[in-house]
Ligand binder design. Structure first.
Ligand code: ADQ
Length: 520
């Protein structure tokens, strides 16, 4: 797609995402950090509309986003809903499942019922917000809300609706393990466009539909899924990006220069390797630490001439697996430093467990000789795009090590690609990257930064909105009786999420014996 028309640009957007993008900071209500907020900020800046999301238990929210006319539509959830929908189904069932089941997904019926209930609340609130802005585009985000597109369609017939998945879609063999797989697919197919970061995720989704909905009379035709009623759902590949201009600005502002001076003093005479991640088991932080350990073991000289700094932003620390990960990371940091700190010298491994501002991150990106982006699997990964942008803005000669299991690897072929599961191989890849000449590294950073600049998040937003408008217009040209996509329980076609299983009454959301996968 080549951008939107002026008409699309002015069209309101009702964004529907798990969390509202605000928190109470030092200066009052502020935009929250994080990948999704970073990505959607341009929508808020350029489009009027509303943002529907969970209030996170915060009271007294402002009516609009800071410095914008975008209306906030807060959804309150009970403690049980947060436990079962958010920590349970979203983060302990779907998150690991969609990340290739690298941690075992847990399947609990009570969590599924809560997910269905909470999605119904989101669907209702989104539809109400759309009633107030009938010319708006509905844009639903991510794995927490996969039933919402169909719920919006039931409530508001021809509503132009897009869905974007920020995480991977696994092979059908893995997705097929989910006991509620048909309901999730049917929920997503309520959208006009279902979009993914890469062609691979999109192909996996199409194959999942073909395999798991074959009894529902659907047909995968090219990149579209044609439903029993003739409505075609478009799929799209749309790699998300960053606000490259903003990071370029951070790279060169005076505050960043000050920070760089202080950090350069701290890491004087050392080569700096950097890792920046949400503390998540998908990010490969343990494997990275073990690779650094091997590097130090093999090269005694590095123990006094190299530092590895891991910056980890706290994440989901009320989920058991995440608490365990934090403690394992901290044990490795302590163990490696215990083994390889030379008397009279600084430790080789540094660790920050906190969130930083983009400007502060820019100073670390600017100083780091190498950035280690080594997820075991990652939908896209924005950190690597931020790094090449900052390095390029400052004429740096840093080198990017990038896991081949990130969405970004498709877009950044000039990076030093690596397999993070091969810890020894990773340690050699780091050594190889450090041995590259400054000219070779600059020759790689330049084109990567140019790609990120030309494919920034503004272009992503505008392409997505144009795609949704176009696909919805094609549906509206269908005869009225075929555009509505009725559910089997409501009268023909596939069962909709609200009516699955069609005749069953709603069971109480409590743990049913025999349905719980044992904890590992
Ligand atoms: P995340 O898993 O959160 O996002 P990522 O794409 O790397 O992963 O985005 C992280 C964002 O948080 C970056 O903008 C980064 O600057 C910021 N961040 C990281 N550490 C920080 C720290 N210590 N302090 C402050 N900010 C920090 C999900 C998917 C990704 C996908 C994004 C967007 O898992 O694959 O790229 O959504 O779609």
């Amino acid at each position: 797609m080549n951008g939107t028309s002026t008409e699309d640009q002015d069209r309101p957007v009702v964004a529907v995402a798990n969390r509202l993008p605000v928190h109470h900071g030092d200066n009052g209500w502020e935009l929250s950090p994080g990948g999704l907020v970073t990505a959607l900020r341009p929508v808020m800046a350029t489009h009027p509309g509303a943002w529907v999301g969970w209030d996170g238990g915060t009271k007294g929210l402002p009516p609009t986003l800071p410095d914008s006319g975008v209306r906030l539509v807060p959804i309150g959830l009970s403690a049980a809903q947060v436990r079962n929908y958010y920590h349970g189904f979203a983060n302990a069932t779907l998150w690991p499942l969609l990340h290739n089941a690298i941690e075992k997904p847990r399947f609990e019926r009570a969590w599924w019922y809560a997910y269905r209930d909470v999605n119904a609340i989101f669907g209702e609130r989104a539809a109400a917000a759309l009633d107030e802005q009938p010319d708006a585009i509905a844009w639903v985000h991510d794995y927490q809300l996969m039933l919402v597109p169909q719920l919006i369609r039931e409530r508001r017939g021809g509503q132009p609706t897009g869905f974007f998945l920020h995480v991977p879609w696994p092979s059908p063999d893995i997705f097929a393990r989910l006991p509620w797989r048909e309901q999730i697919l049917t929920g997503l197919l309520g959208a006009d466009v279902v979009a993914f970061h890469t062609d691979e995720y999109r192909a996996n989704f199409l194959r999942s539909c073909a395999r798991l909905l074959r009894d529902d009379d659907i047909e995968v035709r090219g990149d579209s899924v044609v439903l029993a009623d003739g409505r075609a759902v478009t799929t799209a590949t749309a790699p998300i990006s960053i606000d490259a201009a903003e990071f370029t600005q951070h790279a060169i502002e005076p505050e960043t220069d000050n920070d760089i001076r202080l950090l350069a003093e701290q890491f004087r005479d050392r080569t700096l390797l950097l890792g920046v991640d949400r503390l998540d088991y998908t990010k490969g932080i343990i494997e990275r630490l073990l690779a650094v350990e091997m590097l130090l073991e093999r090269n005694p000289g590095f123990r006094t001439s190299l530092s590895f700094l891991q910056i980890a932003v706290p994440s989901r620390d009320d989920v058991r697996e995440y608490r365990q990960l934090r403690s394992t990371v901290e044990q490795h940091v302590g163990r490696i430093n215990g083994l390889y700190t030379e008397p009279g010298s600084d430790v080789p491994v540094h660790y920050l467990y906190r969130g930083l501002s983009q400007q502060q991150l820019a100073a670390y990106y600017a100083l780091a000789d190498a950035l280690l982006v080594t997820p075991l699997i990652d939908g896209m990964n924005l950190v690597c795009k931020e790094y090449v942008t900052v390095q390029n803005a400052r004429g740096g000669s840093g080198v990017l090590l990038l896991s081949e299991f990130t969405g970004a690897a498709d877009e950044l072929p000039q990076a030093v690609h690596c397999n993070p599961f091969d810890v020894e191989g990773l340690s050699y890849r780091i050594e190889y990257a450090l041995g590259l000449t400054a000219d070779t590294r600059r020759a790689a950073i330049g084109p990567m930064a140019a790609h990120v600049r030309d494919h920034d998040v503004y272009r992503w937003v505008s392409d997505q909105l144009a795609e949704i408008t176009k696909a919805a217009a094609a549906v509206s040209r269908l005869p009225a009786d075929r555009a509505a996509s009725p559910c089997r329980a409501c009268g023909g076609g596939a069962p909709c999420p609200g009516h699955w299983p069609a005749a069953a009454g709603r069971p109480r959301a409590r743990r049913a014996p025999g349905w719980r996968t044992p904890r590992r």
